[in-house]
Design a binder for this molecule. Structure first.
Ligand code: AMP
Length: 396
C-alpha cells in the first residue's frame, strides 16, 4: 500500500471548484439533535481555510449518522453548516439536497472564496453502495476532489472513493497527517517498534496481529482478548472472556512470535471480579484465575512489565484498552498504559475508539504524537489493508 499521496499543496486550486469530503459526523443530543461536540468541524478548518484563502470554491460534503438512504430531518447537516459558518466567520451556503437541483444550481453559482455544504450524503442509498451515477453527479459539480475524512477511508463509498474515477484526487491536511505518521510508523518505524493491543475480542484483531508480527519488535496484549492467549498457554482463566474458536490461532501466534524473535507479552497478574459490574469487588490474582472470577483489568505487576517494555521504544502503536476502563475500579491498567506511552519519549500513535478516548479523558492527549481520528480506519491501517479512500488518491 502506497501512503505517499499528493496533497492540496501539490495542486493549484485557484479558481477551481473543489469537492471536499469532510468528516462532519458529529455527536448529537439524542432528543434535540443539537451538536454536542464540534471537534470534528474544528478539525476540518485548516484544509477549508487553505482552500478558500487560495481562491478555491469549496463544495463540502459529509455523512451524519446512519440514515440508510432515508431522508431524516434529525440527521440533516443544516446545524453543521451553521456551526461551520460561525467558526469560519463567513457564510456557508447550504444545499437542500445532495445532487439535486438546489445543490447543482448553488454549486454552479459558487464563486472563489465561497463555501457550500451539501445535505447528508447517506440520505441517498447510492452513497454507501458507491453508485456510479451518484458518484458521477457529485463529481460533475467540481473539478478537483479532496479527501479529508480519514474515518471513512476504509469504505468504498461514492464520496470517499467513487468520485475519484472522475476527478483528480488529493488528500486534505487531516488525511495527510494520518498517512504520513501512521504510514511511516508501519513502513519504516523508528525501532524498537512496540505494538500494544487490547480490547474485547481476538477475532477483531486477528489481521492486525498477523500484520504486526511481520513488523513489530514487541507485541503486548492486554484487555479481554488476552485471556484466549492465556488459555492457549494452558492457564486457567475462570469466567474471563474466551473465544474458544480462536484458542488454536492464539497458540500459533505465540509460537510464530517466538520463531521470529518478536517479544510477545501477556498479563502476568489480573484484577478480577465475580461479576461484570461497576461496583464489583476487585480481586487481585496471579496467572491462574479461579473458576468463579473473571479478568477485568491487568494487575500492577503486568502494568509494570508492560510499562518497562515500552520504555526505550522508538515507535509505539496502541489500539484497545487494557481492561474494562469504563468501570473506575478496572481502569487502572489502561491509565497506566496511557501514562507509560505519554512518558516514553517514543513516537506514539493511538488508534481511534476506546484507547483514544481513554488517553483524552485521562489528560495525556498532548503528550501523544498522534491520536487517529478513525476507529475502523486505523484498525484496517494496522492490518496493512488497502484503504479504498486512500488508494484512489494520486500518488506523489
Ligand atoms: P474493542 O472495541 O475491541 O477495542 O474493545 C473495547 C472494549 O473492551 C471496552 O468496552 C472494554 O470494556 C472491553 N474490555 C477490555 N478488557 C476487558 C476484559 N478484561 N473483559 C471484558 N471486556 C473488556
Amino acid at each position: 500500500m502506497n501512503y505517499n499521496k499528493k496533497t492540496i499543496y501539490d495542486v493549484d486550486v485557484k479558481g477551481k471548484k473543489i469537492l471536499l469530503r469532510c468528516d462532519f459526523n458529529v455527536p448529537q443530543d439524542k432528543e434535540t439533535g443539537a451538536i454536542t461536540s464540534d471537534k470534528r468541524i474544528v478539525a476540518a478548518l485548516p484544509t477549508i481555510r487553505y482552500l478558500l484563502e487560495n481562491g478555491a470554491a469549496v463544495i463540502a460534503c459529509s455523512h451524519l449518522g446512519k440514515p440508510k438512504g432515508e431522508w431524516k430531518s434529525k440527521l440533516s447537516l443544516a446545524p453543521v453548516a451553521q456551526r461551520l459558518s460561525e467558526l469560519l466567520g463567513q457564510e456557508v451556503i447550504f444545499a437542500a439536497d445532495i445532487i439535486g437541483e438546489d445543490a447543482q444550481a448553488k454549486a454552479a453559482a459558487l464563486q472563489p472564496g465561497q463555501i457550500m455544504l451539501l445535505e447528508n450524503l447517506r440520505f441517498d442509498i447510492r452513497e454507501e453502495k458507491n453508485g456510479e451515477d451518484f458518484a458521477k453527479a457529485l463529481a460533475d459539480m467540481a473539478e478537483i476532489f479532496v479527501s479529508d475524512a480519514f474515518g471513512t477511508v476504509h469504505r468504498a463509498h461514492a464520496s470517499t472513493a467513487g468520485v475519484a474515477a472522475y476527478l483528480p484526487a488529493y488528500s486534505g491536511l487531516l488525511v495527510d497527517k494520518e498517512l504520513s505518521i501512521m504510514g511511516k510508523a508501519l513502513e519504516d518505524p523508528k525501532r524498537p517498534f512496540v505494538a500494544v493491543l487490547g480490547g474485547a475480542k481476538v477475532s477483531d484483531k486477528i489481521n492486525v496481529i498477523n500484520n504486526l508480527l511481520e513488523k513489530a519488535d514487541t507485541i503486548i496484549i492486554g484487555g479481554g482478548m488476552a485471556y484466549t492467549f492465556k488459555k492457549a498457554q494452558g492457564f486457567q482463566i475462570g469466567k474471563s472472556l474466551l473465544e474458544e474458536d480462536r484458542i488454536e490461532y492464539a497458540g500459533d501466534m505465540i509460537a510464530k512470535a517466538a520463531a521470529k524473535g518478536v517479544r510477545f507479552l501477556l498479563p502476568v497478574d489480573n484484577l478480577c471480579a465475580a461479576e461484570f459490574a461497576a461496583d464489583a469487588e476487585p480481586v487481585l490474582v496471579e496467572e491462574d484465575i479461579p473458576e468463579d472470577l473473571m479478568g477485568m483489568d491487568i494487575g500492577p505487576k503486568t502494568a509494570e512489565l508492560f510499562g518497562e517494555a515500552v520504555k526505550g521504544a522508538g515507535t509505539i502503536v496502541w489500539n484497545g484498552p487494557m481492561g474494562v476502563f469504563e468501570f473506575d475500579a478496572f481502569a487502572g491498567g489502561t491509565k497506566a498504559m496511557a501514562k507509560a506511552l505519554a512518558e516514553s519519549g517514543a513516537i506514539t500513535i493511538v488508534g481511534g475508539g476506546d484507547s483514544a478516548s481513554a488517553v483524552e479523558k485521562l489528560g495525556y492527549a498532548d503528550s501523544i504524537t498522534h491520536i487517529s481520528t478513525g476507529g475502523g480506519a486505523s484498525l484496517e491501517f494496522l492490518e496493512g489493508q488497502e484503504l479504498p479512500g486512500v488508494a484512489c488518491l494520486l500518488d506523489k
